[in-house]
Design a protein around this ligand. Structure first.
Ligand SMILES: Cc1cc2nc3c(=O)[nH]c(=O)nc-3n(C[C@H](O)[C@H](O)[C@H](O)COP(=O)(O)O)c2cc1C
Length: 236
């Protein structure tokens, strides 16, 4: 069929999905080829967006001093967050490696500008958050394209948006949505770091599917797929 993916292309897509990782501690000092970085950014820019509003911008950051200021914000926020939990969870949280801001090749701040193309955006009037959702679609495109290019990405959200806005001179009406670390890696871990560290387990697909209505875990009209999902056989 025209437009279909070949089996190899499909495999490539799923390989990117399943081997994508959030990278914090495996960055190498190698720089990213500018052609590769451009392809990754262009993949992000081709994400879906509500009303085709393309409300994102990508601030590319190499400057060491800027990165140190962002790292300071991380250090502050990390300690603040740790006061919200008690030991032994607190010590465990503090032992986790949760950013690679200075170790990676490039930092990218991805922002949401609700004013792009004027106030009326098709589809955003009922659910204003769809603007931010669109930016998240771009982020996921970036993350997967980077994985296909062998580039690791780490999302750092333990930051103050006020700090980010000051450091990066972001105007008031623009929202920083993600602060990402991009770089070559020594390896892509097989499992999420937080799973390996015993912080949280991966849920089964069966634990997150409902049929027809909230909390309906079974339904006669969904028997076959239900059995496949529960037996964990064919889809993995
Ligand atoms: C919105 C968002 C914010 C995140 N913030 C952080 C962060 O501040 N530090 C960090 O180490 N990982 C962060 N992560 C990465 C998650 O911890 C990671 O995606 C999750 O543990 C699953 O691992 P995986 O991405 O390797 O599959 C963030 C991920 C998302 C989607």
């Amino acid at each position: 069929m025209i437009g279909d993916f070949s089996p190899e292309e499909k495999d490539g897509f799923y390989k990117a999905v399943f081997s994508r990782r959030d990278v914090r501690s495996h960055f190498t000092s190698e720089s990213i080829d500018e052609g590769i970085l451009t392809r990754i950014l262009n993949a992000a820019h081709h994400a879906p967006s509500v009303g085709f509003s393309q409300p994102w911008n990508f601030i590319l950051i190499k400057n060491e001093e800027t990165r140190k200021q962002v790292r300071d914000s991380f250090d502050k926020e990390r300690i603040r967050a740790s006061t919200l939990i008690e030991d032994p969870k607190r010590s465990k949280y503090l032992s986790l490696r949760l950013q690679g801001i200075l170790d990676c090749a490039v930092n990218v701040c991805i922002t949401y500008d609700p004013t792009k193309f004027g106030p009326f955006v098709i589809g955003r009037s009922s659910i204003p958050e769809t603007g931010i959702y669109s930016v998240c679609c771009a982020i996921q495109n970036l993350w997967l394209a980077a994985r296909a290019e062998g580039i690791g990405v780490g999302w750092v959200s333990i930051l103050s948006n006020d700090d980010l806005k000051r450091i990066l001179e972001i105007p008031d009406h623009v929202v920083p949505v993600a602060y990402l670390c991009l770089g070559h890696v020594s390896n892509f871990a097989e499992k999420p770091d937080l799973e390996s560290a015993g912080w949280l387990p991966r849920l089964g697909l069966k634990d997150v599917i409902f049929y027809e209505k909230w909390n309906h875990e079974n339904d006669p009209n969904w028997q076959q797929i239900h059995e496949m999902i529960v037996s964990n056989l064919d889809y993995a």
